[in-house]
Design a protein around this ligand. Structure first.
Ligand SMILES: NC(=O)C1=CN([C@@H]2O[C@H](COP(=O)(O)OP(=O)(O)OC[C@H]3O[C@@H](n4cnc5c(N)ncnc54)[C@H](O)[C@@H]3O)[C@@H](O)[C@H]2O)C=CC1
Ligand SMILES: O=C(CO)COP(=O)(O)O
Length: 329
């Protein structure tokens, strides 16, 4: 099975290194010509994953036509660019494994819908879980959900492509659940960063993780995701990881907001992606349309619009008391 990676950011590069660790050749598509050159000559990716030294069986191309001929393509562009990059390919591999975490602004489409629309002949799977890129590139033990829209038969084809001694995929057929977990936790990680930046303490952070998880469940279930999926690696697992560490770009963005930096300054000139900032507005819109209460996600949206963090926290804390399992705001 020939394997390629679409996108040479931190995550695409780490996945390339992980897949190549059994000696197979991996082709990675980079958008930047100078990065294609750097990967092929120095076997490094200094802009996006400076800690990694790639093996020589990872090679790069800037030509999307080279990716069309492969058997399996791991799609790792930022969520907002997945549709345009897939649409620019002349044709598509049989299997697309979606590794980006987000919801498309404007259309409200989940990534699996974006991919199915752009590549109707391909089988789509979602790989998601608690996976900081630098740890995967370093070969540290990691486990993920691999949700296959075409069930066990597809799993038999693609699990061997990504399973390694230190990288353990778990089977699921709940593609929607696998996607919702990753998209929503990015927004919640911004909220946890804000709590950290404001110095509100670890009790508040734990409360936010638990109440944020309740929002993830409500929203996911409204779209047909299964609760058990969201309780797994791609939901709760990833939520705990990203809400606990400044290794998360989303958490770090929130922390800087909590410390008083302006959202506009933080978002302008960013080279790396903090997906939660792009997901928050579209998530607020989708939740409102479905009548799902998401007060924490809405608070993050307000902060990103420029509202004062202390005032936003005051609003959240002054809501009426209610039963813990009550699904309203
Ligand atoms: N970094 C990580 O630890 C993990 C990231 N992810 C997800 O992987 C996806 C990619 O993130 P990273 O690899 O971390 O990115 P990154 O932040 O390291 O790099 C930014 C990427 O965006 C690309 N880019 C910028 N403008 C673009 C455009 N107009 N069209 C296409 N591509 C463009 C750049 O070429 C670069 O590959 C995101 O959805 C992220 O949530 C998922 C798991 C772990
Ligand atoms: O998704 C991730 C870990 O699972 C990476 O999180 P950040 O995008 O916040 O860095």
């Amino acid at each position: 099975m020939s394997v390629g990676i679409l996108g040479a950011g931190a995550w695409g590069t780490a996945l390339a290194q992980m897949v190549a660790s059994d000696g197979r050749d991996v082709l990675i598509w980079a958008r930047e010509d100078e990065l294609v050159e750097e990967i092929n000559s120095a076997h490094t990716n200094t802009p996006f994953l400076p800690s990694a030294k790639l093996t020589e069986n990872v090679t790069a191309t800037g030509d999307l036509a080279d990716m069309a001929q492969l058997d399996v393509l791991l799609v790792v562009t930022p969520a907002q660019h997945m549709g345009s990059v897939l649409a620019a390919m002349p044709s598509h591999p049989r299997d697309l494994v979606l590794c980006s975490k987000g919801i498309e602004a404007g259309t409200g489409r989940l990534m699996n819908h974006v991919a199915r629309d752009a590549a109707p002949g391909s089988a789509v799977a979602v790989l998601s879980g608690p996976t900081f890129a630098h740890e995967v590139a370093a070969g540290l033990p990691t486990a993920v959900t691999l949700a296959c829209s075409e069930g066990r038969e597809q799993w038999e084809r693609i699990a061997p492509v990504v399973a390694r001694p230190a990288f353990r995929p778990y089977y699921s057929d709940d593609v929607t659940g696998a996607e919702i977990g990753g998209a929503v936790k990015n927004v919640l990680a911004i909220a946890c960063g804000v709590v950290d930046g404001l110095g509100l303490g670890q009790n508040a952070r734990a409360a936010l993780i638990a109440r944020g998880y309740a929002e993830m469940l409500r929203f996911g279930e409204s779209l047909g995701a299964r609760a058990e999926t969201l309780a797994g690696l791609c939901g709760l697992g990833d939520l705990v990881l990203t809400c606990s560490s400044t290794s998360s770009r989303n958490f770090s963005l929130g922390k800087a907001l909590g410390e008083g930096q302006s959202a506009q300054d933080l978002m302008s000139d960013r080279r790396t992606v903090a997906e939660g900032a792009h997901t928050a507005p579209v998530l607020v819109e989708l939740a409102a349309r479905r009548g799902v209460a998401m007060p924490i996600v809405t608070a993050v949206y307000d902060l990103l619009k420029g509202d004062d963090p202390k005032a936003v926290v005051e609003d959240i804390l002054s809501r009426p008391l209610k039963a813990e399992q009550d699904s309203g705001a």
